[in-house]
Design a protein around this ligand. Structure first.
Ligand code: GLC
Length: 577
């Protein structure tokens, strides 16, 4: 029944032509500073190297805070900077309480928080708690034959020889420890899953502990202390890695235990965390890497990243995860070839959007460290149109470092360092500051760099784009500024697709907050595009706020607008009352 209802809702929502603009909205309950915020994501190992060892560090980031501020963003998300054996670029944490020496010290972290705050910037850290590193002291204890406090902190079967039920095939590692049992991993083999318990333990599998088992509860308390430690140090919240993959279920299908478990038990844990923050650190902001906003925003998180679903690929992902036997699968809507289909994205997005209005925010990240760069075989103009979309959608934009200057996805044959198998390695290369040695990232010998810098003679860099008013960098700044100055572009403002058809360009939508209405028109395809769509609100004239020249005609009688847009163009237009 629920499914039929959702389907009807979807059909209604995506039969876009002529949808009603009401201007109604409800602002979700988020900390004040986070209202209408724009985030910048910094990958610490490749942002700025202050000590010349070839790896970025916290002092390097501090040195660049004025630049970050100049983008017009409000906050920074820092990928993990904790002590780690670096089998997964630092996501595999060995000591939750210590900054990895290659990035600096805990004092540097404190100074980073303080220096950011001085500039009015907030900082959230990566809270990676679905597993630890294989050489975390808790896991070492858990591996021991003798029972101890940590024996149940991880998920172990009873013996090394009897395999867990077949649904778990591939997710247990045998023969590692002195302890007789197989442990569950949550990502790579060296990332043992912390034990949040099973929501429905199988009575025949005694090793599946319930979520309220005292050892499970003790483990969760330890993780809460980790959060308190960094909040006290000065953090303003966190991004939760693999947020949906905490509690396990005994009835899985394929990979469900790793990603996207829509388990109520996982939600209950995050609600505990939300309550903790509201009580102890009410300014704390919670961002999920879950990609099921309906669940993640159900009184748990303030924001959910919506990118682990096919519709995201249909938006942005040209090649990357979709390469099968060397052939790219599908098309991105934002490619100049114009073979994309915006309804693939909207089919998933609209349902989640309707379910979460007023509850929290969906974030469609503008790149990140796990996907190919948006600048993957794309021009600056392609990117500008993508950003026109990204900075005018509801929710909280996250801009990945370097995308503001159009850094390129680098060849996938490059070193696959620290678990950065393609396409991740090519998206994590050093920030390009200027055209000096190592493009200004580091003074180290090029052979010592974490990853090589872009070797292209015309590799984009900050310094040269600063000087050019029309550079992607300056256009990105303008779009961020526009988002923050137009009430209709606020994070909570209503989103209404007006012209969104199968395999068709352009894509047009309205954003509205009360009487303020802005229309966004996107034609990333290389050919001109025409459209007529209904706009049932009163206005005197239209005003181009950003974008390219195009023809627009208001047919007041029919309450419609007709546009004709040149190839590769966009327009953000206010309806002036
Ligand atoms: C998340 C991180 C990714 C990491 C994985 C395992 O998806 O973003 O970089 O490898 O989780 O933690």
């Amino acid at each position: 029944m629920k499914n039929i209802f959702t389907l009807l809702l979807l059909l209604f929502a995506i039969s876009a032509n002529g949808e009603k603009i009401t201007g109604e909205y409800k602002i979700p309950d988020v900390p004040d500073w986070a209202k209408n915020a724009v985030f910048y994501q910094i990958y610490p190992q490749t942002f700025s190297d202050s000590d010349g060892d070839g790896i970025g560090d916290l002092n390097g980031i501090i040195n660049k805070l004025d630049y970050v501020k100049s983008l017009g963003v409000d906050a920074i998300w820092l990928n993990p900077f904790f002590d780690s054996p670096f089998n997964d670029a630092g996501y595999d944490i060995r000591d939750y309480y210590k900054v990895a020496p290659r990035y600096g010290t805990n004092d540097d972290a404190k100074r980073l928080f303080d220096e950011a705050h001085k500039r009015g910037l907030k900082v959230i850290f990566d809270y990676v708690i679905s597993y630890t590193a294989i050489d975390h002291p808790w896991f070492k204890e858990s591996c021991k034959e003798e029972k101890n406090k940590y024996s149940n902190y991880y998920i172990w079967t009873e013996t090394n020889w009897i395999d867990p039920p077949k649904e778990f095939a591939g997710s247990f590692i045998k023969g590692y420890a002195r302890r007789n049992g197989q442990f569950m991993r949550n990502f790579f083999w060296s990332q043992p899953a912390l034990n949040f318990g099973f929501s429905n333990p199988d009575p025949n599998e005694k090793w599946q502990l319930p979520t309220d088992h005292p050892d499970v509860k003790a483990m969760k308390e330890d993780l809460k202390d980790v959060l308190r430690f960094w909040m006290k140090m000065g953090a303003d919240g966190f991004r939760a890695d693999m947020a949906g993959a905490l509690t396990k279920t005994s009835h899985t299908n394929g990979n469900e235990q790793f990603f996207n478990t829509r388990e109520n038990a996982t939600k209950l844990f995050w609600r505990e965390i939300r309550a903790l923050l509201e009580k102890e650190y009410p300014h704390g902001f919670m961002v999920a890497e879950w990609s099921y906003p309906t669940d993640a925003l159900d009184k748990c998180f303030h924001v959910d990243f919506f990118h682990w679903f096919n519709g995201y690929n249909d938006l942005f992902q040209k090649e990357s995860w979709r390469i099968l036997n060397g052939v790219s699968q599908g098309h991105s809507y934002f490619d100049v070839e114009g073979k994309g289909n915006i309804t693939n994205f909207l089919k998933s997005y609209m349902g989640e959007y309707e379910n979460t209005k007023g509850k929290g925010y969906i974030s469609i990240p503008l790149g990140n460290h796990d996907n190919a760069r948006l600048g993957n075989k794309r021009s600056d103009k392609d990117l500008e149109i993508i950003y026109a979309f990204g900075f005018t959608m509801p929710g909280v934009p996250f801009l990945y470092y370097g995308n503001e200057i159009g850094m390129k996805q680098l060849p996938t044959t490059w070193p696959q360092v620290e678990g950065a198998y393609q396409p991740r390695n090519g998206a994590r290369t050093p920030m390009q500051w200027n055209n000096t040695k190592n493009l200004g990232f580091s003074t180290a010998d090029a052979s010592k760099l974490y990853l090589p810098v872009d070797p292209a003679s015309d590799a984009p860099n900050v310094e040269s784009q600063e000087k050019d008013e029309n550079s992607l960098l300056n256009k990105t700044r303008k779009l961020i500024k526009l988002r923050k100055s137009e009430p209709a572009l606020a994070d909570y403002a209503e989103f209404v697709p007006l012209y969104a058809k199968e395999n068709t360009y352009p894509f047009v939508y309205a954003r509205a907050a009360g009487d303020d209405v802005v229309l966004v028109m996107l034609n990333p395809r290389g050919e001109k595009a025409d459209a007529t769509f209904q706009v049932d609100v009163k206005y005197k004239k239209t005003k181009l706020l950003a974008g390219d020249k195009f023809d627009i005609k208001s047919n007041k009688k029919e309450k419609s607008i007709t546009i004709s847009m040149p190839g590769q163009s966009y327009a953000i237009v206010r309806l002036v009352k």
